[in-house]
Design a protein around this ligand. Structure first.
Ligand SMILES: *[C@@H]1O[C@H](CO)[C@@H](O)[C@H](O)[C@H]1NC(C)=O
Ligand SMILES: *[C@@H]1O[C@H](CO)[C@@H](O)[C@H](O)[C@H]1NC(C)=O
Ligand SMILES: *[C@@H]1O[C@H](CO)[C@@H](O)[C@H](O)[C@H]1NC(C)=O
Length: 486
């Protein structure tokens, strides 16, 4: 971590000769669509008594079906949920991790820090959350600094650990996700590694009788004909589950736990897992993150003006910028060569060469990367320019002042950087590594810092920016088109 490649790229006029891009049409696999669907059909012999109770209970609950309960534990040194109703207790010395180091960290604030050998977890004893005979979704972020092994409990509620469908658990079993209601379980297929944040989700859809596991927003396993959960009492435990007679514990960090009594869609879960930030610059809180993480920003020397969609942010050159913190997976963040995407509308007022998008790991140092800017050698016309670390670059098309242009940059190791303008593929660099800082990063719009190691001109952008989306995955052409046709 902290790996730095310092290159001096002084002569901007060299750029076109080094640019290497192709306009071939590629099938970009952004990981958004699960291709492997594992359907496990279990034909269970259900005793008549269970059928009876199922029938009675569904009659009762059908009248309450419209009441959706959403509970959110931010775990930012708080045991209470956002409504202050479901208040937890930290068990056996469970604590919160600090945010002073580069990681662990998700979005903002803090999260639970648990040591499994000390049997640490958080418990919410009252009020009871009734998940019986209904759909529900459990979502959270997890991080382990040691390799996963055995059972690592994430979320549970249990009436009777030896009775079918009366004990709910979501855990990592070995190195894969695992969930179920007891004798009615689902196993994930992907492998979880140490030292990474994962978004994990477990959905039970009462209408379709499906259990679905998602890892980083992508379906990891699906099971049909799954009976509903029927546990009528028991505390909710975060960081511990009971599987038959064995209570197991999570070793590492858990953050932002959400429980919702409806089956969230695949799209909602993909957004929760991979929309790292969304800045619409709309009133009344124009600098807030409208994405799932609440990574609100702030600005200096910028103003809110009429935008492409509602309001936009307008920069006036030097000392005019916007920034927000909390990006685990973008170019130059914690790990090298992880996929990400940035999409935005720009409306330049001047074609002077300038920086529009930067990432940096500190606000007190110029250890930063310029991802996107304008490049102009005549002062009249300007071209969009995007750049990896530090090469290669793509010199895009000429764009106009006073006109809204949609620009999307996607990255994966396999495809390298890809530039889309107005929703149309312009070019790709081909496979290339992207360096990391080892830190959670800031996003900067406009020019905040002079970045020493790349060739986009360190100069203040003059013009507007609107509808900025940051993803921790390589979005597809179809998604780019959708963003550009708003
Ligand atoms: C949960 O409900 C079952 C069945 O009614 C009962 O036997 C058990 O004692 C209850 N447990 C608790 C902790 O209330
Ligand atoms: C961002 O703003 C929203 C809305 O005002 C607020 O609920 C949320 O807590 C804020 N996030 C942070 C990190 O302050
Ligand atoms: C992008 O779209 C705008 C608005 O339709 C248009 O004026 C502009 O010429 C387009 N730019 C490019 C490079 O296609």
């Amino acid at each position: 971590m902290g790996r730095e490649k310092i290159r001096k790229l002084n002569d901007v006029h060299d750029i076109p000769t080094i640019t290497k891009w192709s306009t071939r049409t590629k099938a970009i696999v952004g990981g958004s669509i699960a291709t492997a669907v594992v359907a496990v059909i279990i034909v269970a012999v259900v005793p008549p008594v269970v059928l009876l109770s199922q029938k009675q209970a569904s009659t009762v609950t059908s009248t309450q079906a419209s009441t959706v309960i959403s509970i959110y534990w931010c775990l930012d040194t708080l045991t209470s949920d956002s409504s202050n109703v479901y208040i937890g207790t930290l068990m056996n010395g469970a604590t919160y991790f600090s945010t002073t180091s580069s990681q662990p960290f998700v979005a903002y604030g803090q999260g639970l820090s648990l040591t499994s050998s000390s049997s640490q977890y958080m418990t919410i004893a009252t009020p009871f959350v009734d998940l019986t005979y209904k759909s529900f979704t459990i979502e959270t972020w997890i991080f382990s600094s040691a390799a996963y092994s055995g059972d690592s409990g994430i979320f549970g509620q249990c009436e009777c650990s030896s009775c079918s469908n009366q004990c709910l658990y979501l855990l990592v079993r070995g190195t894969s996700l695992y969930a179920g209601f007891t004798l009615n379980d689902i196993s994930g297929s992907s492998t979880l590694a140490a030292n990474l944040w994962y978004h994990v989700a477990f959905v039970y859809n009462y209408d379709t009788k499906q259990q679905i596991l998602y890892l980083n927003g992508v379906q990891d396993a699906i099971k049909s004909s799954a009976s509903p959960y029927q546990g009528v009492n028991g505390s909710i435990n975060i960081g511990s589950t009971l599987v038959f007679t064995i209570r197991n514990y999570f070793n590492g960090y858990i953050d932002n736990v959400k429980l919702t009594t409806r089956a969230k869609t695949a799209n909602e879960i993909l957004t929760a897992a991979t929309l790292a930030g969304y800045y619409s610059f709309d009133s009344p809180s124009p600098y807030n993150d409208n994405g799932p993480n609440g990574a609100n920003g702030t600005q200096n020397g910028a103003v809110i003006v009429s935008g492409y969609v509602n309001q936009a942010i307008r920069f006036t050159g030097s000392s005019s910028y916007f920034y927000a913190y909390g990006f685990f997976q973008v170019g130059y963040a914690v790990y090298a060569s992880k996929p990400f995407s940035v999409a935005l509308w720009i409306n330049p007022a001047s074609m002077t060469s300038s920086t529009i998008v930067q990432f940096s790991w500190s606000l007190t140092s110029s250890r930063c990367h310029n991802l996107m800017g304008l490049w102009s050698n005549t002062g009249i016309n300007g071209q969009i320019v995007v750049q990896g670390w530090a090469w290669p670059i793509i010199i895009g098309p000429f764009i106009s002042t006073g006109t809204w242009t949609h620009v999307s940059v996607t990255y994966s190791f396999t495809n390298g950087l890809t530039l889309y303008v107005n929703g149309t593929l312009f070019g790709s660099t081909g496979s290339v590594a992207f360096s990391n800082s080892g830190y959670i990063t800031y996003l900067q719009l406009g020019y905040m810092y002079s970045c020493t190691s790349n060739s986009i001109t360190n100069n203040g952008y003059q013009g507007s920016v609107d509808e900025v989306y940051i993803y921790s995955r390589e979005i597809t052409q179809a998604e780019v088109s959708a963003l550009a046709s708003v």
